[in-house]
Design a protein around this ligand. Structure first.
Ligand SMILES: *[C@@H]1O[C@H](CO)[C@@H](O)[C@H](O)[C@H]1NC(C)=O
Ligand SMILES: *[C@@H]1O[C@H](CO)[C@@H](O)[C@H](O)[C@H]1NC(C)=O
Ligand SMILES: *[C@@H]1O[C@H](CO)[C@@H](O)[C@H](O)[C@H]1NC(C)=O
Ligand SMILES: *[C@@H]1O[C@H](CO)[C@@H](O)[C@H](O)[C@H]1NC(C)=O
Ligand SMILES: *[C@@H]1O[C@H](CO)[C@@H](O)[C@H](O)[C@H]1NC(C)=O
Ligand SMILES: *[C@@H]1O[C@H](CO)[C@@H](O)[C@H](O)[C@H]1NC(C)=O
Ligand SMILES: *[C@@H]1O[C@H](CO)[C@@H](O)[C@H](O)[C@H]1NC(C)=O
Ligand SMILES: *[C@@H]1O[C@H](CO)[C@@H](O)[C@H](O)[C@H]1NC(C)=O
Ligand SMILES: *[C@@H]1O[C@H](CO)[C@@H](O)[C@H](O)[C@H]1NC(C)=O
Ligand SMILES: *[C@@H]1O[C@H](CO)[C@@H](O)[C@H](O)[C@H]1NC(C)=O
Ligand SMILES: *[C@@H]1O[C@H](CO)[C@@H](O)[C@H](O)[C@H]1NC(C)=O
Ligand SMILES: *[C@@H]1O[C@H](CO)[C@@H](O)[C@H](O)[C@H]1NC(C)=O
Length: 719
């Protein structure tokens, strides 16, 4: 059933409107997901914009009226860094103020009521460190028990960088691996969840004692427990029970080395830390024998007696399927029951319905995150139905008292859409707000700027390819085209909004953009995902070649002589692989962002479990697995103009990989250009850096297909 979200606004604005520019995309409001109040009447979200005149970002808070879809300004500004709806009324809030007048580097907690005519907040706590990830529950006694996280010292105390004594030397010594991760080196400090109490018999709340580190009770570990798990620092890694008495959190398996295992367990601890945390699905628990991998999304049932969560089987396979479980927690023992265990899907975000009978989960299908409803006691063969479709990708959701969900989603044509949907089988989606109808920067976007097609590959699997069209597209002209091998490789790249590889923005440059979901992409089946292991250069390359062959032969509006190919991370690896093979000769230009050049350098990464899984073994026992799909072995064939980008703080795919590729290209006399950012990691996040990145990447492709007359010459470092 086709659900058209795009109403009048966008199509009216199409045509004469200018294309979305890089500046537009980067400046446009970035809206958080919606936080719904207890009565389901209001949802709050933050919005961050960028001004290219002042070169400053600014953040504001907005209130969405869930019944009407009206959006109004919240009565508070950006000094509220986050908040929860809690307190005496349905519009009471408890929030973190990111500043603290008394303790440099600390934060404060305030209470307020957003419905008050005069917004008059009350200071209730001064916290000695930069706490984030606030969650809270009211207890029987009327207290508010809260949890929040911050970095902690080895001895358990909260860490405040501004108050810490700075070491005189910058040297760091390590005795075991995992010395750095993502874009930072490990330090003494690890994230921890703290529990605090706000109480007040006279109605004015105040902090009772110091917040306690709830992880500190875990003893006898090999590697230090950490919640939320870095990187990501996702507050979804912990939750306070609705009665406020207990906290569930997950941490990587403390008895295993972190670099070569993904395993993590869910612990339960009393909120007052009166006894040590107990792992409900760790070794020796009642967990199913096969469930040894990473855990996610611990969520308390409304009666505070059960925890729903998802866990992978593979102990060192990060792209294994997440399976649903419900643990009944009784004292220190728990009974674990699998839920819909044969469902070939990978749910990673869970909420209980109000009466505790159903689990609402987000799981990806065909490159779009969907919402599903699963009975909490579903049999092994129960097949859940998606209640959202392919038109949007769900980022988060909340359940309303009406039993409906308020969904926060995105797509290539809207950076944020809020809509309600029910579990009913009839489609009853009601759109409350969509950015593309409101934001000037997104005015040219619409649902018909994208489509997709499916083609069977050599294994008989159907490969889905997403297509994005340039402004003023028509099929009776010939257009330059781009092939995008996505990253991961076990990450889908569907019809979603992104502030990094925003496929619609790429199309705005005058290209038709093709994004195939080649073998190894999640959300089609676990078997299909698993097939890429030890096959990096085989099935995915041949899928891409097959799709491109189809484009060349059957899509008349594509100009075969004006095509380019670009990829990041695994997509960069694949672009380097393509450069060494026949497909590389079909493109006028290539772009590799933070891609692998040299598989033998794999051990310079941090997550050894990833390479050891994907190359099916260690380099010492399985050397040929690291050799067979190694791009550098085919460097003699490199001849297509190639732009290499590699950032200094990329500790996943290290800088040297990009450096080697560029040196080889230059030595071979292949037209090539190199861009790096000393202050960026695997992703380019700073908007000023991102603008430079986009300007150069787009200019490189446009130049080599004849859309731009010159390569950018400004700001080039001359020798
Ligand atoms: C689309 O076509 C209209 C009408 O010809 C023109 O005014 C507009 O500039 C074009 N937009 C782009 C992005 O080329
Ligand atoms: C950006 O800042 C300038 C200078 O303060 C101001 O004139 C302009 O209106 C701002 N732009 C937007 C979109 O807010
Ligand atoms: C929503 O906002 C519009 C325009 O500001 C107003 O006319 C309308 O009454 C509002 N609706 C509700 C239900 O508040
Ligand atoms: C945040 O705290 C500062 C003092 O540290 C205060 O001046 C400001 O009014 C507070 N803002 C809010 C919204 O609580
Ligand atoms: C923990 O260690 C830090 C850094 O050495 C120190 O500042 C803090 O006082 C210690 N906490 C306790 C409870 O000893
Ligand atoms: C209420 O109690 C708090 C401490 O719990 C105290 O700081 C405050 O002054 C009291 N307020 C009144 C109005 O008594
Ligand atoms: C995993 O890490 C441990 C400790 O660093 C090491 O002993 C073990 O050999 C590693 N396993 C693999 C497969 O690398
Ligand atoms: C649960 O285990 C903890 C830590 O082992 C212990 O301190 C506590 O007394 C136990 N609680 C119960 C109810 O058995
Ligand atoms: C629980 O709620 C669901 C929908 O919200 C409803 O279908 C079901 O009948 C309820 N079950 C009980 C036991 O109340
Ligand atoms: C469920 O997904 C299918 C396949 O994408 C889609 O056709 C269908 O409309 C979706 N169902 C709902 C209720 O959105
Ligand atoms: C999308 O719809 C608009 C307005 O209806 C139309 O002008 C445009 O050509 C369509 N674009 C595509 C790619 O079909
Ligand atoms: C290698 O592949 C085999 C067969 O699929 C599997 O049993 C084994 O666990 C894999 N080894 C590693 C280290 O991934």
């Amino acid at each position: 059933m086709a659900m058209k979200f795009a109403l009048v606004g966008a199509s009216v604005l199409l045509g004469g409107a200018h294309a979305m520019t890089v500046e537009d995309m980067l400046a446009a409001p970035r809206r958080s997901t919606a936080i719904v109040n207890p009565s389901g009447e209001w949802a709050a979200f933050s919005s961050s914009t960028y001004n290219w005149t002042t070169h400053k970002a600014s953040t504001s808070w907005q209130l969405l009226n869930v019944a009407s879809g009206n959006v109004s300004k919240a009565p508070f500004g950006s000094d509220v860094s986050e908040f929860v709806w809690i307190g005496p009324t349905d519009t009471s809030i408890l929030y973190i103020n990111g500043t603290n007048d008394d303790i440099p580097g600390g934060v404060t907690l305030y209470t307020a009521d957003v419905a008050d005519k005069e917004f008059s907040p009350t200071l209730v706590a001064s916290l000695n460190a930069p706490f984030t990830g606030l969650k809270a529950a009211k207890t029987d006694s009327g207290d508010i028990n809260f949890v929040a996280n911050t970095l902690a010292w080895w001895n358990g105390s909260a860490y405040n960088e501004e108050l810490a004594t700075k070491a005189r030397s910058s040297g760091q010594v390590f005795d075991s691996n995992w010395i750095r991760h993502w874009n930072v080196y490990m330090t003494e400090q690890r994230y921890a969840v703290f529990g605090g109490v706000l109480s007040g018999s006279n109605g004015t709340l105040s902090l009772k004692g110091e917040p306690k580190n709830l992880l500190h009770g875990i003893k006898d570990y090999l590697t230090r427990p950490e919640t939320p798990v870095f990187p990501g620092a996702d507050p979804g890694d912990y939750e306070i029970s609705p009665d406020g008495k207990k906290v569930a959190f997950l941490t990587k398996a403390p008895e295993l080395p972190k670099a070569n295992y993904t395993a993590s367990y869910i612990y339960v601890v009393p909120h007052d830390a009166s006894s040590a945390p107990v792992a409900i699905n760790g070794p020796g628990s009642s967990r199913p024998e096969a469930a040894k991998g990473a855990s996610t999304s611990p969520r308390w049932s409304p009666d505070s007696k059960k925890i729903a969560y998802a866990q992978q089987n593979g102990i060192s396979y990060e792209s294994d399927r997440f399976q649903l479980y419900v643990a009944t927690v009784d004292g220190n023992s728990s009974k674990i029951t699998p839920v819909a265990e044969n469902w070939d899907s990978s749910p990673q975000s869970i909420l209980w319905n109000a009466n505790g009978t159903d689990l609402w989960v987000i799981s990806e299908l065909h490159a779009a995150q969907r919402l599903w409803v699963v009975p909490a006691n579903a049999e092994a063969d129960f097949k859940p139905k998606n209640i959202t479709g392919p038109q949007t990708s769900v980022a988060d959701f909340a359940l309303l008292p009406s039993g409906k969900a308020l969904v926060s989603a995105t797509s290539s044509w809207t950076s944020r859409i809020f809509y309600t949907v029910s579990a009913a089988t009839t489609v009853d989606t009601k759109v409350l707000f969509s950015a593309h109808l409101v934001d000037r920067e997104l005015a040219t976007l619409s649902q018909n700027r994208t489509s997709n097609f499916w083609l069977p590959n050599e294994n008989g699997d159907l490969i889905q390819t997403f297509v994005y069209y340039p402004p003023n597209f028509s099929t009776d002209k010939k257009w330059p085209a781009i092939l995008i091998p996505h990253g991961g490789p076990q990450v889908a790249l569907g019809d979603v909004w992104s502030t990094r590889w925003n496929m619609q923005l790429w199309a705005e440059q005058g290209f038709v953009v093709f994004v195939p979901q080649f073998t190894g992409t999640p959300s089609y089946s676990q078997r299909f995902t698993d097939l890429i292991a030890n096959n990096w250069g085989s099935y995915p390359y041949r899928d891409l070649a097959m799709v491109w062959d189809h484009v060349e032969k059957n899509i008349s509006y594509v100009d075969n002589d004006r095509a380019a190919c670009a990829g990041a991370s695994y997509g960069g690896y694949m672009t380097n692989w393509i450069q060494g093979h026949d497909l590389g000769r079909k493109f006028k230009a290539l772009v590799t962002h933070d891609g692998k050049t040299h598989q033998e350098a794999s051990y310079a990464t941090e997550e050894l479990y990833f390479i050891e899984h994907d190359q099916n073994g260690t380099i010492w026992d399985n050397y040929e697995n690291y050799q067979i799909w190694n791009p550098i072995r085919h460097a003699k064939n490199w001849s297509t103009p190639h732009f290499i980008i590699h950032n200094d703080l990329d500790y996943r795919v290290v800088f040297d990989e990009g450096m080697s590729a560029f040196n080889i290209l230059q030595s071979l006399g292949v037209p090539s250009r190199f861009l790096h950012f000393p202050d960026e990691g695997h992703h380019v996040l700073n908007r000023e850096n991102s603008k430079v990145w986009h300007d150069h990447v787009f200019n490189w492709m446009r130049y080599w297909v004849g859309l731009d007359e010159e390569l950018i010459s400004e700001g080039i470092v001359h020798q």
